[in-house]
Design a protein around this ligand. Structure first.
Ligand SMILES: *Cc1c(COP(=O)(O)O)cnc(C)c1O
Length: 418
């Protein structure tokens, strides 16, 4: 459920016609719906209300500061994967004791930054990382709170690029070797072992892989308890999918109830790291058609957004619905909807049936709120698009469109070339 809908054939974001936003802000631009964001967060949070829990919103899904601030105001903690995300989370007003730090390649500088900040816990992904965290903590005379990210070797049945819990994936530690590492961690004086962490992938549309993972975590939790290692946090990561096309992922209530059934007799605070399920359907990418072109009987609709703005179709062959911003009742055609970038992989849809559209008209690439702007780049020296937040009848620019000057501002020409 989101708040993008048609009224008299015109696409609205909440109570604002999107073409008004295009007039004011230009295209391409991302548009997010406040009502959708809050609704998704509250549903997810309420679904777990029966047990102690903390929702750590996954910053990488959408790291706009206004969105992080909104999440923080609703009580969210954050799951970060870099020093930059820690900085953004703090700027957004998230309390450090609600921040968990995931990621396979934390640098020493990032670890020190997080230790000085005093975050809730590090989700440790390797033995070497454990050693580095320990030595950093020792140098700073601090105790580092840690969980070990385990890899349960479960097929999440999602796109291979976003599967993270199979043995062949780079993430976590083989769950069968975890006990040894826990024992070692527990003996290190500057570490405080407080949790188990697991994140098996993204855009999961089945419950079974989550439940298999939790069963394994539970076994590990009980085994550690017997060894005298008592944990306070079970972090089961994010990954709940959303309907982009024909998927029918479990509702957050279904997801929560199944998890609660397994988790209730672990005497722990449950941590969840949802990203996509909160922001995915809360955003669209608005783009303008530039040209129509026919090659060898194939239709191309060329638009002013490109793979640098939204890379998911190019990277994962992901499906995004594409809606005309004005429904005019014209006959439909089958076309590839492509960007202006010099790559054949620069497409948003292939062989898509869509109402005939003419240059200058607007299209909305739906479900673009997650891994949209946050994965954007300046490829082809294209300034990144503006981001807009709609709330009721009003809207606010929450990130300016980049300028040409922005593109070169960090470049330096050596003296001998001047
Ligand atoms: C990406 C990621 C998430 C969020 O995944 P979603 O599929 O967006 O919910 C959560 N935890 C970790 C460790 C991640 O890498």
């Amino acid at each position: 459920m989101h708040h993008f809908y048609y009224r008299n054939g015109e696409l609205y974001a909440e109570s604002v016609p999107v073409n008004e936003i295009a007039k004011a802000v230009g295209t391409p631009c991302y548009i997010y719906s406040h009502a959708t964001l809050t609704r998704h967060f509250n549903i997810f949070n309420d679904a777990f209300s029966n047990i102690p829990h903390l929702i750590c919103y996954s910053v990488k899904a959408n790291s706009n500061l206004a969105i992080l601030r909104l999440m923080a105001r609703m009580g969210a903690g954050m799951d970060i994967v870099s020093g930059g995300e820690l900085f953004c989370a703090l700027k957004a007003g998230v309390s450090p004791d609600k921040i968990v730090f995931s990621g396979v390649g934390k640098t020493k500088e990032e670890i020190e930054y997080a230790l000085k900040t005093g975050i809730l816990m590090f989700n440790v992904e390797s033995e070497q990382e454990l050693e580095i965290i320990h030595s950093c903590a020792k140098a700073l005379k601090k105790s580092a709170p840690i969980a070990i990210r385990v890899n349960p070797d479960i097929d999440p049945r999602t796109h291979p690029y976003i599967s993270t819990g199979l043995k062949r994936d780079k993430f976590g530690i083989d769950i069968n070797k975890a006990e040894v590492l826990y024992k070692r961690a527990a003996s290190m004086p500057y570490l405080h072992v407080i949790g188990i962490d697991c994140h098996i992938g993204s855009q999961l549309t089945l419950l079974a892989p989550f439940l298999e993972a939790i069963k394994q975590i539970k076994d590990l939790y009980n085994a550690l308890k017997k060894m005298g290692i008592r944990l306070n946090y079970i972090d089961i990561g994010g990954g709940l999918g959303i309907p982009y096309h024909e998927e029918s992922p479990p509702h957050p209530y279904e997801y929560a109830n199944a998890i609660l059934e397994l988790a209730k007799d672990m005497d722990c605070c449950l941590i969840l790291e949802p990203g996509r399920v909160i922001v995915g359907n809360a955003g669209i990418l608005l783009t303008k058609m530039l040209y129509f072109k026919k090659i060898e009987g194939k239709n191309f609709i060329i638009v002013d957004a490109g793979m640098n703005d939204l890379i998911r179709p190019s990277l994962y062959n992901a499906y995004h619905a594409i809606w005309p911003c004005s429904k005019r009742g014209r006959p439909s055609i089958v076309a590839d909807i492509v960007g202006p970038i010099c790559e054949s992989g620069d497409f948003f849809a292939r062989d898509r049936e869509i109402e005939t559209t003419y240059p200058g008209e607007l299209l909305a690439i739906m479900s673009s709120g997650a891994y949209g702007f946050s994965m954007s780049s300046n490829y082809n020296s294209r300034p990144r698009p503006a981001e807009v937040l709609v709330k009721g009848e009003r809207f606010w620019i929450i990130r300016d469109r980049e300028s040409y000057e922005n593109l070169i501002s960090l470049n330096r020409i050596p003296q001998w070339l001047r």
